[in-house]
Design a protein around this ligand. Structure first.
Ligand code: ADP
Ligand code: 5GP
Length: 185
């Protein structure tokens, strides 16, 4: 089997990262999707250990201190991070590793794995992004505003990524994301 490689997928909250990854993951042989730790509460329908590990601030800090995190970041007052051991193991087995993380985490991972492939998912427009966040209906109005402000910053800085995929029509975006990943395998 070929050497494992990390694929970092970022994009503003509500752009469709989960939706697209769910669509594309089964198309990539052996792909491993990392499950992050977060200190935010679960949204309706989210499952512990599947969507995230939902943990306390103390547990999160302890994991950081123990050196068990590949990267971590504070995003809109919540901590998120990637547990290191499962990623190490997947890479050892030569699997493509998918990290769905924001840009601070992306920068940390690229310092450790310079051959990581970085992909930014962009919305077709700011109005569409707002509409998707409202449609998801899982955050308070205040949280949505915070996420939209953060989105403006992330979109401005998206030139730092190797690839950009615009999530307009889901099927087209899924095909493009699949093609980008497969071009490195
Ligand atoms: P993220 O993981 O980036 O926060 P989600 O995958 O939760 O975003 O998507 C946010 C909302 O937008 C969901 O309601 C999802 O069904 C919807 N959505 C995602 N992609 C598209 C698309 N291409 N067209 C229309 N709606 C979409
Ligand atoms: P959400 O709360 O909408 O699930 O995620 C908010 C943001 O945190 C998204 O941009 C998502 O990509 C990012 N995120 C999720 N897990 C991680 C992680 O492990 N590390 C980092 N740095 N960001 C993460």
């Amino acid at each position: 089997m070929s050497k494992g490689r990390i694929f970092i997928i970022s994009g503003p909250s509500g752009v469709g990262k989960d939706t697209l990854i769910k669509e594309v993951l089964p198309r990539i042989d052996g792909a491993f999707l990392s499950v992050s730790l977060t200190t935010r509460p679960p949204r309706q329908g989210e499952r512990d250990g599947v969507d995230y590990y939902f943990v306390t601030d103390k547990y999160f800090r302890d994991q950081v201190r123990a050196g068990n995190m590949l990267e971590y970041a504070d995003f809109c007052t919540v901590c998120y991070g990637t547990p290191k051991p499962p990623v190490d193991e997947a890479l050892r087995l030569g699997r493509p590793v998918i990290l769905k993380i924001e840009r601070d985490g992306m920068e940390q991972v690229r310092r450790i794995y310079p051959d990581a492939v970085t992909i930014f998912l962009a919305p077709p427009s700011a109005q569409v992004l707002r509409h998707r966040l409202l449609k998801r209906n899982s955050d308070s109005e205040e949280a949505i505003e915070r996420r939209l402000q953060r989105a403006v910053y992330e979109i401005e800085k998206s030139g730092d990524y190797m690839h950009t995929v615009v999530n307009d029509k889901l099927e087209d975006a899924a095909d493009k994301l699949e093609a980008v990943i497969k071009s490195y395998l």
